[in-house]
Design a protein around this ligand. Structure first.
Ligand code: PGA
Ligand code: ZN
Length: 394
């Protein structure tokens, strides 16, 4: 049973404070930290300042959790919801909730002397997802760079996790080389993607060229994806790009054209977070080779995923545990998507710590991809964990 719980404020990758939880149980220990978003969906669970949320949790939440059996994750998470009472963690903070919920699962696994992915996924959880990482980006993660938030790569031809992770890193380096050759110097955005001031189609061309070089060298094929994060472009009537504005119809045609022209296999949030219908129209038009994934649309919320299933809005669901606040609800979101044939993609946030829990969740829950960047300490922590875990399946 749970013997002690500690919460503290630690640094995240943007230099902001975030919540870390430690949980001691009989014969085990678990630690987890909450990440945080920049282009957050408006239907996400509520994040509170650690400075206020941590003292509050010590007086109201932690006493209700001590003594529980850590192996009863559903009860643990139900009590988090009861202590909160709002449905979206506005009282105790989704950052406090998710850190506690994940730390509890890790403590429970540790008490069994098990790895988290095995504890949650069982003996048949033995397939590692492909790493999906952003190589160029802009939007809310690097204002002034590209208009589309994330240009992603997926090493579809890799034959091992190690090869997959290193292939993405090679493309990331090659992109820098190509930018330099064009006389473009730039820094990196919040998730480690290059942040050049170039057009979205130039970014796609450049990544295509980088991929060709790396595929020639390594023999590994690599495909391209996007996270449009279209809510950030939407002004209530149109999608506002620097050169022009696009109506919903134009936006759908634009994205469908990019999918065709660049052979994209993954597009996240091509339309704004309330447009279930626009998503549905695009999903209908796009070939089966390209996943249409909802992030801000679904916010890992089973009720919104249910609506998306009924309207055939997407073919994939982005899974961010901190959007919904508990491991149980994260599992329910994955389970619902899976039941209706939608793929799931486990994802980091733009503000991260070196916590590696999502690498374990991606395997335990059978996600097709792990979206967690390509470089940077807080990103490679997860990729390196994926490499270590995958040794168990070799
Ligand atoms: P966020 O962005 O973590 O800043 O919300 C990531 C995403 O949109 O996928
Ligand atoms: Zn997104």
């Amino acid at each position: 049973s749970i013997e002690a719980i500690t919460l503290r404020s630690i640094l995240d990758s943007r230099g902001n404070p975030t919540v870390e939880a430690d949980i001691w149980v009989d014969g085990g220990f678990g630690r987890a930290a909450a990440p945080s978003g920049a282009s957050t969906g408006s239907h996400e669970a509520i994040v509170l300042s650690p400075e206020e949320a941590i003292p509050y949790a010590y007086t109201t939440v932690i006493p209700a959790l001590e003594g529980l059996d850590s192996h009863d994750q559903r009860t643990f998470d139900r009590i988090l919801r009861e202590c909160d009472g709002t449905g979206n963690f506005a009282t105790i903070g989704a950052n406090v909730a998710v850190a506690l919920s994940l730390a509890n699962a890790k403590a429970a696994a540790s008490a069994f002397n098990m790895e988290l992915f095995t504890y949650l996924g069982g003996v048949f959880a033995e397939e590692a997802p492909l790493p999906l990482g952003n190589v160029i980006g802009g939007g809310a993660h690097a204002p002034g760079a590209t208009e589309i938030q994330e240009f992603l790569i997926i090493p579809t031809g890799a034959s091992s996790t190690e090869e997959a992770v290193f292939t993405n890193a090679l493309v990331h380096k090659e992109v820098k080389k190509l930018l330099k050759a064009k006389g473009i110097t730039c820094g990196k955005g919040d998730e480690g993607a290059w942040a050049p001031q170039i057009s979205d189609t130039d970014a796609l061309d450049l990544i295509g060229t980088a991929i060709d070089t790396i595929t020639d060298e390594t023999g590994v094929t690599v495909a391209i994806g996007l996270d449009v994060a279209a809510t950030e472009l939407w002004d209530g009537e149109r999608y506002v790009y620097r050169e022009r504005k696009r109506s919903t119809e134009d936006q759908i045609a634009y994205i469908a054209d990019l999918v065709d022209t660049f052979g994209l296999i993954y597009v996240e949030d091509p339309l704004h977070e309330e447009d279930f219908e626009g998503f549905s129209n695009l999903t209908e038009q796009i070939s089966d080779n390209c996943l249409i994934c909802g992030d801000d649309l679904f916010v890992t919320n089973p009720e919104r995923i249910q609506k998306g299933i009924e309207m055939a809005s997407a073919s994939a669901v982005l899974i961010k545990p901190n959007q919904i606040g508990t491991l149980t609800d994260t599992f329910e979101a994955v389970h619902l998507a899976e039941r209706y044939g939608l793929e799931t993609v486990m994802s980091h946030r733009s503000g991260e710590t070196t916590d590696t829990t999502i690498a374990h969740l991606a395997i335990a829950f059978g996600c097709i991809y792990l979206k967690c960047g390509i470089v940077g300490g807080e990103r490679i922590a997860k990729l390196n964990e994926l490499i270590r875990i995958s040794e168990n399946f070799a």
